[in-house]
Design a protein. Structure first.
Length: 653
């Protein structure tokens, strides 16, 4: 049993309470281990050092052997590096070229290298092209390197008059030479040895005189080495290169929905659609239901995202009537759904045409048009029966006409028994209530898709008024359907006596678009027939107290031509100017003096006035109104408070 008073040597050592023998034993052991380990490491280090020295010696010996040059120097260790090129359909130059880097070691004063482009394999369908060489730089050369346009036969001692190219043509066609020289002599072909690296980089690009096709062009370069002017065939190097021509993105034939257009026309041939503007799209038209009768046309422009021509197959489908291809590619085949190839002729034209025909069924047809990538907005064709069951009263488009034939004075709409509006396949007729004033009696009216009905032109005879009814036949005896009477059309033979100016409304916001109408009136204040009045105004035309904004029409003309425009619901003859109001508030007053086209009594100054709201004034007025309202509320609250207090006193009493 160990006494509690005994302490082990280890504990005594750790507590630094050790006896001499313990310390000696511990230090001896530690010193022995340290010395042994150190000696082993020294021995290993010495062995490793010997190995390293040996490796360095071997490497140095190897390098010495590799760098030794034969006593009769020739080009050796020729290396050729190729970097393939990338081009485009629009660019073919050194920036898109393949790069050929050549580096040879030898007697650069006596030796030379030639580079030759072989034939180039082109993509399918592409025209043959010629490769062109162009020197780029001499990076990596340790002696002067000169590019020479020369023959393959190199004679020793050939004199070069200067470094660089031997002529002013930087395009070296399909063959070039690299020769060495020294900066210290004007004769780089001297026999004085000048060992070092002869190096140069050449660009190879496709001749820009030839049209290119997208794809990969593959060629080869042949590098030949001449030792002291003598061809050494054992050192010939052949390297392949490629130049890839990317397809022009704008030449994509994939249709884009934002650029492609499909237009519908009520014409019976698509040739009537001459522009790809969506403003020409009828969207919905009427067509006769008669089987095989052409009633509408569709022209489709396929374009890629850049707005250039695209090419995809097209499918047109209708739930009533039938479809066929018009013009190019037409086979006479019709169907509810028709898929057509957008062929080379269509691609050249930029569009493809379809015709919509009746199949004997009346009603509204929904037509869908789509290509491989694009689905267009649906079109509508209303097929109507050949017989008319109802005719609306004619709409007067010109309230005042002169004597003689007019133009588009009335609009008539007819419908079949199903309520489908009649179109170009039906003719309607108008009859004057007084042929002594307007001579028309059974005058034919033709359908106009823009107006959405049948337009009728009538002829004034003498001053007076007449109303009109429409029928389905050219004589009363044959007619089975008639309309109610129209409003009156006035025939005027009076001359202009005064000129009238007017704004389209009394108040405008700052900068707002406005119209000014100019009307010619007779002595009774009634409109006179449309016409041109060479001097309706005196010199200066219309003037304004405030300047109108940019984009406003010029108002200084003295000549005035009045017209009607049914598309804008303007049925009385007038000349309309467009102006933009001033940006500041205030009153705008326009004025003009009557000119020589009017009698003396009418050559007076006429005016028209409009107000432009002032934003700051309007804001101030709003604040003032609000302040007044607040004051009123305050008074009301005080009154109400006093009333409540009185009630409280009475309750307490």
């Amino acid at each position: 049993m160990t006494s509690n008073n005994q302490v082990s040597p280890v504990i005594r050592i750790s507590q630094e309470n050790r006896d001499a023998s313990a310390r000696a034993t511990h230090l001896e052991a530690a010193n022995g281990k340290f010395l042994l380990t150190t000696n082993e490491r020294k021995q290993m280090s010495t062995k490793t050092n010997f190995k390293r020295i040996a490796l360095v010696a071997v490497a140095a010996l190897g390098l010495g052997v590799l760098s030794s040059v034969p006593s009769q120097a020739v080009l050796s260790s020729t290396t050729v590096t190729v970097t393939n090129g990338t081009g485009s359909l629009t660019t073919s130059d050194s920036t898109t070229a393949a790069l050929i880097n050549i580096k040879s070691f030898g007697d650069a004063a006596m030796d030379s290298v030639t580079i030759t482009i072989g034939s180039i394999v082109v993509p399918a369908g592409a025209a043959a092209v010629v490769g062109v060489l162009q020197p780029v730089d001499t990076a990596g050369a340790t002696v002067k390197t000169a590019f020479v346009r020369d023959s393959l036969t190199v004679q020793s001692g050939q004199q070069m008059t200067s470094y660089g190219l031997s002529n002013t043509d930087t395009s070296l066609a399909g063959i070039a030479m690299m020769k060495g020289g020294r900066d210290t002599t004007s004769n780089p072909d001297s026999n004085t040895a000048s060992n070092g690296y002869l190096a140069g980089t050449f660009a190879v690009y496709l001749d820009s005189q030839t049209a290119r096709t997208a794809g990969t062009y593959t060629g080869s370069v042949v590098i030949k080495v001449y030792d002291a002017g003598v061809l050494n065939t054992s050192k010939t190097v052949v390297k392949d290169f490629t130049i890839t021509i990317a397809a022009d993105a704008t030449a994509s034939k994939v249709a884009d929905s934002g650029k492609s257009v499909a237009l519908l026309s009520n014409a019976t041939t698509s040739a009537a659609i001459t522009t790809d503007s969506t403003a020409s799209d009828s969207t919905s038209v009427s067509a006769a239901a008669t089987a095989g009768t052409a009633g509408a046309a569709i022209r489709v422009w396929l374009k890629n995202y850049a707005g250039n021509k695209a090419q995809e197959s097209l499918t047109v489908t209708t739930d009533k009537g039938s479809v066929k291809v018009d013009a190019n590619g037409s086979s006479g085949v019709t169907g509810k759904s028709f898929t057509a190839v957008y062929d080379a002729t269509d691609y050249s034209n930029g569009y493809k045409d379809f015709i919509i025909l009746g199949d004997g069924t009346a009603g509204k047809a929904t037509i869908t048009i789509k290509s491989t990538s694009v689905t267009f907005a649906a079109k509508t064709v209303t097929f109507y029966a050949a017989s008319v069951a109802k005719i609306d009263a004619p709409t007067v488009l010109t309230t005042v006409i002169g004597t003689g034939a007019g133009s588009s004075n009335l609009l008539v709409k007819g419908y079949d028994s199903e309520g489908n509006q009649a179109g170009s396949g039906v003719t309607l007729y108008v009859y004057s209530s007084d042929t002594g004033v307007v001579s028309d009696y059974g005058t034919a009216c033709t359908f106009n898709g823009t107006y959405g009905g049948h337009l009728c032109s009538i002829t004034g005879v003498v001053a007076g008024s007449a109303t009109f009814i429409a029928r389905n036949k050219s004589t009363v005896a044959l007619s089975t359907v008639a309309s109610t009477a129209s409003a009156a059309v006035k025939v005027s033979t009076n001359s202009a006596a005064t000129v009238k100016l007017a704004f389209d409304k009394p108040t405008y916001a700052p900068g707002e678009k406005a119209t000014i109408s100019v009307s010619l009136l007779d002595s009774a204040g009634n409109s006179v027939p449309a016409g041109t009045f060479a001097n309706a105004f005196a010199t200066g035309g219309i003037t304004s107290t405030l300047a109108f904004g940019n984009g406003s029409d010029t108002l200084t003309n003295v000549s005035v031509t009045t017209t009607t425009d049914a598309t804008k619901a303007r049925y009385t003859p007038a000349l309309v100017y467009t102006v933009y109001m001033p940006v500041n508030g205030g009153t705008v007053s326009i004025s003009a003096k009557g000119g020589a086209s009017l009698p003396a009594a009418g050559q007076v100054t006429g005016t028209a006035t409009a107000t432009v709201t002032d934003n700051s004034s309007a804001a101030l007025a709003a604040v003032t109104a609000l302040a007044t309202t607040v004051a009123s509320l305050k008074t009301l609250i005080v009154t109400l408070t006093n009333l409540v207090l009185k009630i409280q006193k009475k309750v307490k009493a």
